[in-house]
Design a protein around this ligand. Structure first.
Ligand SMILES: Cc1cc2nc3c(=O)[nH]c(=O)nc-3n(C[C@H](O)[C@H](O)[C@H](O)COP(=O)(O)OP(=O)(O)OC[C@H]3O[C@@H](n4cnc5c(N)ncnc54)[C@H](O)[C@@H]3O)c2cc1C
Length: 482
């Protein structure tokens, strides 16, 4: 390989979005994407076989964050976006052996309608009364960060935190709310309290001020908070690959970068596992923080140590299919979440074939069980067969399904979920500040400022913008011109 000018390390959604943005900002530049795995997409992994569409990782992105929808439109697949099945809307919370409907009127994680909360059997009368105190409790004046658990328990009470907010949060972060930073995970909740004196009042005010759903769907379908291409998220990856290939970006899969060092001429030297070396003018490290730490440890041990201080949790998803006749209860909803306090090995189960159209052949139910969360990663040490048995036990206990599944798929995500624990934003700022001393070396991805797909896209694009800025003629140190 001749030395290219800009190398993106990591071919997940962050790296692909970064390369896509580079093609727009620096059309003449030589751009290379290097990916360790034989396939691109990272956590996005869509399998299509025998009438099934199975997502091993994410299944959709938030419609309200602009860069998911925006990128799909730019790639010409905006009209393929579909929302969740509105006919089966709703989800459940597992508590003491029963599934309780999620109360209507949730805005994000926060209940904003008192009627459904009062009627819900998920909470005790005392828990409901404690939640209502949010309307009278004064706002905290102190500016320091606190954990998600501390904040929600302070505003709405421990019961609402443990039985509602915690399992919903775990569905996003697989985290432990007693360790997660509120400022890094849900800053809007902190703002709501500060600005309006109470959490529920503040969330309602923010909702009133939010624009109406920005994403009209094909065929006039009802707007949905979650969107995905009808062919699964793999279609987004495929569209990016097609665009990058057409734009002349070189993509190398099955190639792991093992370290990075400064090059004598002011560039960056990338060293591969097989000893090959490449020099780049600019490098975007779109790898998870723990992988990025390994690349930088020799050159920049202090930055590597800060990168390693961002914890990552291992998770897995287990997809199982059954003839509908083997499912004793109707799957009237999108699935259920399991609070940590229930002490079960799984944290959620999505009823995939009810949540999305076209995921399983007619007459077949497709379910997906999630395992692995902060402090509960032990299931991941088990074999695939053992994980399937774990998932079967979960849905036998909860849904009464005893028949053997007709399809089983296990997808493992070792260290796949970053944890934005207290101090996270300071760690990210320290990493970014230290790297500013090395123009052309930028980090991006889910470990830093948002785990959701739209945030990762934005992060990749922002990294591309930094690289493009230093290549502007007035700033050009000469390294990005031919
Ligand atoms: C089970 C699961 C469900 C999720 N559900 C959702 C959801 O529904 N909606 C949502 O918005 N988000 C969801 N997420 C989060 C989201 O999928 C991820 O945060 C996002 O895909 C991460 O993208 P990334 O490109 O930053 O990282 P990755 O996808 O991890 O990509 C990084 C890439 O870098 C490569 N790499 C690592 N080291 C090297 C090296 N040394 N050399 C070369 N390449 C290297 C890796 O192989 C990988 O391909 C989910 C995540 C998981 C695990």
């Amino acid at each position: 390989m001749a030395s290219p000018r800009i190398i993106v390390v990591g071919g997940g959604i962050t790296g692909l979005a970064a390369a896509h943005q580079l093609t727009a900002l620096l059309p003449g530049a030589g751009i290379v994407v290097i990916e360790r795995d034989p396939r691109l997409g990272g956590k996005i992994l869509t399998e299509r076989a025998d009438g099934f569409l199975i997502e091993g990782g994410p299944d959709s992105f938030l419609a309200t964050k602009p860069r998911g929808v925006g990128l799909c439109r730019e790639l010409g697949i905006g009209d393929q976006l579909v929302g969740t099945n509105q006919a089966t809307r709703g989800a459940f919370v597992f508590r003491k052996g029963a599934l309780h409907p999620l109360p209507e009127g949730l805005t994000g994680l926060v209940p904003t309608r008192l009627g459904p909360m009062v009627r819900s059997r998920l909470f005790s009368p005392l828990g409901k009364a404690r939640m209502a105190l949010d309307f009278t409790l004064p706002a905290r004046q102190d500016d320091s960060d606190e954990t998600l658990a501390a904040f929600v328990s302070r505003r709405l009470g421990t019961e609402v935190y443990e039985r509602l907010v915690e399992p919903l949060m775990a569905g996003i972060y697989a985290g432990d709310g007693r360790a997660l930073s509120l400022a890094a995970t849900f800053p809007q909740l902190r703002d709501a309290e500060r600005r309006h004196g109470g959490l529920i009042r503040g969330v309602l005010a923010a909702r009133r001020g939010a624009p109406a759903s920005p994403t009209p769907l094909a065929g006039g379908a009802k707007p949905s908070p979650f969107l995905t291409p009808s062919g699964g998220l793999g279609a987004l990856v495929d569209a990016l690959i097609a665009h990058l290939t057409t734009a002349g970006v070189r993509i190398a899969t099955g190639r792991a970068v093992t370290s990075i060092a400064p090059d004598a001429n002011g560039g960056h030297l990338l060293i591969f596992g097989d000893g090959e070396r490449l020099v780049a003018d600019a490098v975007i490290l779109a790898t998870p923080a723990h992988a990025t730490a390994a690349l930088l440890v020799d050159w920049h041990p202090a930055v590597a140590a800060t990168l390693r201080a961002i914890p990552h949790v291992s998770t897995a998803t287990i997809s199982l299919a059954y003839p509908v006749r083997d499912v004793p209860r109707p799957l009237a909803g999108h699935g259920y979440v399991i609070p940590r306090v229930e002490n079960r090995p799984a944290l959620a189960c999505t009823w995939t074939s009810a949540k999305w159209h076209g995921r399983a052949p007619d007459g077949v139910a497709l379910l997906r069980v999630f395992v692995g969360r902060a402090g509960q990663e032990d299931p991941l040490s088990r074999s695939d067969d053992a994980l399937v048995e774990l998932a079967r036990t979960e849905i036998r206990d909860t849904l009464g399904i005893v028949a053997p599944p007709t399809l089983r798929r296990v997808h493992r995500w070792p260290l796949g979920m970053p944890q934005y624990t207290l101090g996270h934003l300071d760690r990210v700022a320290a990493i970014e500040t230290a790297l500013r001393a090395h123009p052309g070396l930028v980090v991006a991805g889910h470990s830093y400022r948002g785990v959701g797909i739209p945030d990762c896209i934005r992060s990749g694009e922002a990294a591309a913008e930094v690289v493009a800025r230093i290549s502007a003629p007035e700033n050009d140190p000469g390294i990005l011109r031919g």
